[in-house]
Design a protein around this ligand. Structure first.
Ligand code: PLP
Length: 385
């Protein structure tokens, strides 16, 4: 059966060039970067090259990049590291109510440990109003954490404006850029960001490797205790193959990000326009304009998201009915509820997230199947009068 993948927000396949770059570091270049000898130096050079690529990509200094095991670790590190190191200054953190669970659950953990967290509401477009952030600041606020782009509905936050507010109040600003890194521009030298999380498997790199940008001078508690790796901030032997793959993925993003975004916007808009034109009682979730190039998320009245996902899967088409981390649970998505969707509309959501390996004809094929599946499910639905 022909298989079509429209779940790039969950994870991306590694680019063949990424795999090629990684392979020697499993075998002949297997050294531990902490070793002084030839093998160690070889591995260390590869790690430092990747660090320079990552730093250059976002306008940082190489020593401001810490490699981690992924976006979840980077988010945990940023929140807990800042909270513990700066608790004598204050114990208040501001975030939004549409963050990824890596942020929301870290916040819940901190609340249980004496910190106070404000979860700000977003507008119906999924955008956080910077004025709302400004009003939430108290003399106790030490950190603002806001995602760059939402993983479910693709809405892009005004992080430049929020960063300005954080800077004026001398508060640390963390950005979870896991979904945007490598897909839309972000320069830490251009906007006020103190910490930024990214993850390789969202930009055609390997799974299990990420980074945290930490601006020079930031006071942060080390996340892992042990060896002296990563400026004593994150112990453990480096994931050399993963880091090399991440570096290569960043190099490719540097070259291709603009043309890829243009290509994906074309596919995305074709998909959105056709779904809106051919299916009634459908709502597009997320902002019309401030949206990731690859994201199309719909709520379809009178059908269940799971039904659409399974129906499409039977036709060889992979989509998601929420974020990969929450699918499988019966709880409606916290993001869709936060933008004001009813429980029914939240349950009836489907996310298409596109990628560079998709082709125009795949959109046509999927549209045809999708429209038929929705009509079939509606015929069977007891909710349709
Ligand atoms: N933050 C966001 C916005 C995400 O979309 C994800 C993963 O989907 C994560 C964090 C977690 O990243 P990782 O899978 O690398 O742990």
């Amino acid at each position: 059966m022909k298989r079509i993948y429209f779940d790039y927000a969950a994870t991306t396949p590694a680019d063949p060039e990424v795999i090629k770059a990684m392979l020697p570091y499993f075998s002949e270049n297997f050294g531990n970067p902490s070793s002084l000898h030839y093998f160690g130096r070889q591995a260390n050079n590869a790690v430092e090259n990747a660090r320079s690529a990552a730093a250059g990509f976002i306008g940082a200094e190489p020593e401001e990049i810490i490699f981690t095991s992924g976006g979840t670790e980077s988010d945990n590190f940023a929140l807990k590291g800042i909270a513990y190191e700066n608790s004598s200054k204050g114990k208040h953190i501001i975030t939004s109510n549409i963050e990824h669970h890596a942020i929301l659950k870290s916040c819940r953990f901190l609340e249980k440990n004496g910190f106070k967290v404000t979860y700000l509401p977003v507008e119906s477009s999924g955008i956080l109003n910077p004025d709302v952030v400004k009003k939430a600041i108290t003399k106790d606020t030490i950190l603002i954490s806001v995602m760059h782009a939402n993983n479910e509905i693709g809405s892009i936050q005004p992080i430049r404006e929020i960063g300005k507010i954080a800077k004026e109040s001398d508060i640390y600003f963390h950005v979870d850029a896991v979904q945007s890194f490598g897909h839309i521009p972000i320069r830490v030298d251009d906007i006020n960001v103190d910490l930024l999380s990214a993850s390789a498997h969202k930009l055609y790199g390997p799974k299990g490797v990420g980074l945290l940008y930490i601006k020079k001078g930031t006071r942060i508690y080390p996340f892992m205790n042990g060896g002296d790796q990563e400026r004593k901030l994150r112990a453990s032997t480096h994931n050399v193959t993963g880091i090399v793959g991440f570096g290569k993925a960043i190099e490719l993003a540097c070259k291709n990000m603009k043309s890829e975004a243009e290509f994906l916007i074309g596919l995305r808009d074709k998909l959105i326009n056709s779904v809106m034109a051919n299916i009634d009682n459908v709502k597009l979730n997320g902002d019309n304009l401030q949206r990731l190039p690859n994201n199309a998320n719909f709520s379809i009245r009178f059908v269940e998201g799971e039904g659409m996902v399974l129906g499409l899967d039977l036709e060889g088409i992979a989509v998601s009915s929420g974020s990969a981390c929450t699918s499988g649970s019966l709880e409606p998505s916290h993001v869709l509820r936060a933008i004001g969707r009813s429980a029914d509309l939240a349950h009836g959501s489907v996310r298409f997230s596109l990628g560079k390996f998709n082709m125009g004809e795949e959109i046509d094929y999927a549209l045809d199947k999708f429209i038929k599946i929705v009509h079939k499910l509606r015929k069977m639905s007891p909710l349709v009068k």
